[in-house]
Design a binder for this molecule. Structure first.
Ligand code: TXA
Ligand code: MG
Length: 373
């Protein structure tokens, strides 16, 4: 299949392009489009055969449900069953925007979209191109991130093309996205709302809007709590097994958060600890891996970037500008692949607000290989 990539200016939307994309959605085809978080791979959410094309194009496991994207709050009722009071309060504050809510699903949503769950994930994206496409199509649009399953999510149309060329008919190229990591997912089917995936919208922001307690899925934190020390890392084979970091038995509730994900082809290891020590140990590791003939990359904050000697050193942004780090992260991981890097060592980015979301993606990309120095 030939994949067309059509530029579209979010500030001055070409209706003819939207009409063409919307016609493809209505015809049960796939269209990749920008959202404020990452690019999505869209299909008619209520058309089982259209939704199943998403799994084929991404190579996605069929038990991993999709998020239904809507452009009007009323459309939540078309896919949800039961009370939507909390969703309404959240929508007032955060929609359109980077928040997905999990609510009880209605029978109208095919299992190809829900992955067979009784619940459904819904969000109203805060991007003019996404909203125009949903409106014009007259459909609700199921859209996962537009990457091959397991790879970093696309933050530019070129990333989508790298994964989807030949697999889908159309990519709407609206330029680089603003946020760069996927929406916060909040499960409203629990008595205490549960964050299944951290994102730009934090627990504190949700608690303020709902005026009630919100919890973080304990399955997300489980793998974080066990760390490999630097000497364990150096004593073992150079590859710390991901299993060593896991093992608490708790699993994330969102099916998609259980897989290794967002991963570059290179082996990625995160080092955390006092910054000077981290730089020293990373440089030592770089030299030893280079001596094995490997091409080695480093991901560092702008402040410490000049401390490193490696084949490629990527500056993720200043620590005080966590939005920049979030926006660049996936692009950096893809860039390392393009540069044929074999091993990546990364600093840790526990920044104050989005740190949880950034580290969640970075650690998943690393298969939870964290070394504490
Ligand atoms: O920012 C985003 O949310 C992007 C853009 C394109 O909107 N979309 C996105 O979709 O990240 P995807 O498919 O890559 O991630 C959806 C996540 C998966 O982890 C999936 O398991 C989870 O949402 N999910 C979907 N429906 C669910 C449900 N009913 N219960 C629990 N988790 C669900
Ligand atoms: Mg994804």
């Amino acid at each position: 299949m030939h994949t067309r990539r059509i530029p579209i200016d979010p500030a001055n939307i070409d209706r003819a392009v939207i009409k063409e994309a919307a016609a493809l959605i209505r015809a049960g085809e796939l269209v990749a489009f920008p959202t404020e978080t990452v690019y999505g791979l869209g299909a008619d959410a209520l058309n089982a055969s259209a939704a199943s094309k998403i799994y084929a194009a991404k190579g996605r496991p069929s038990d991993n449900p999709l998020i239904v994207h809507i452009s009007r709050f009323e459309d939540l009722c078309a896919v949800a069953s039961g009370e939507a009071a909390r969703a309404g309060r959240l929508a007032e504050v955060f929609w359109p925007g980077p928040l997905t809510v999990i609510v009880p699903g209605s029978d109208k949503v095919p299992r190809e979209t829900t992955g067979g769950l009784k619940t459904v994930a819904v969000r109203m994206p805060g991007h003019p191109v996404a909203l125009a496409l949903i409106e014009e199509s007259g459909c609700l649009i199921a859209a996962p991130s537009a990457n091959t399953s397991g790879r970093p999510s696309p933050t530019e149309a070129a990333h989508v093309a790298a994964d989807m060329d030949g697999r889908i008919p159309l990519i709407l190229d609206g330029g680089a996205v603003g946020i760069g990591i996927e929406s916060t997912i909040l499960d409203l089917t629990e008595e205490i709302p549960l964050i299944l995936r951290p994102g730009y919208i934090t627990k504190e922001m949700l608690e303020e809007a709902l005026r009630e307690e919100v919890r973080m899925d304990p399955g997300l934190c489980a793998v974080r709590d066990k760390k490999t020390t630097y000497s364990e890392y150096c004593d073992g084979s150079p590859h710390v097994s991901a299993a060593r970091g896991a093992g608490t038995g708790l699993r994330p509730k969102a099916p998609g958060m259980r897989y290794r994900h967002y991963a570059p082809r290179a082996e990625l290891i995160v080092l955390e600890g006092e910054p000077g020590r981290v730089a020293e140990e990373i440089n030592r590791l770089v030299r030893s891996r280079q001596a094995e003939g490997k091409r080695v990359g480093v991901i560092a904050a702008d402040e410490t970037r000049s401390c490193y000697r490696a084949d490629v050193v990527a500056g993720a942004g200043a620590r005080a500008q966590e939005e920049v780090i979030a926006r660049r992260l996936y692009g950096i991981l893809r860039e390392f692949d393009d540069l044929n890097v074999d091993v990546i060592y990364s600093e840790s980015f526990d920044t104050p607000r989005m740190g949880l979301a950034i580290m969640n993606r970075l650690l998943k990309a690393a298969g939870h290989r964290v070394v504490h120095v």
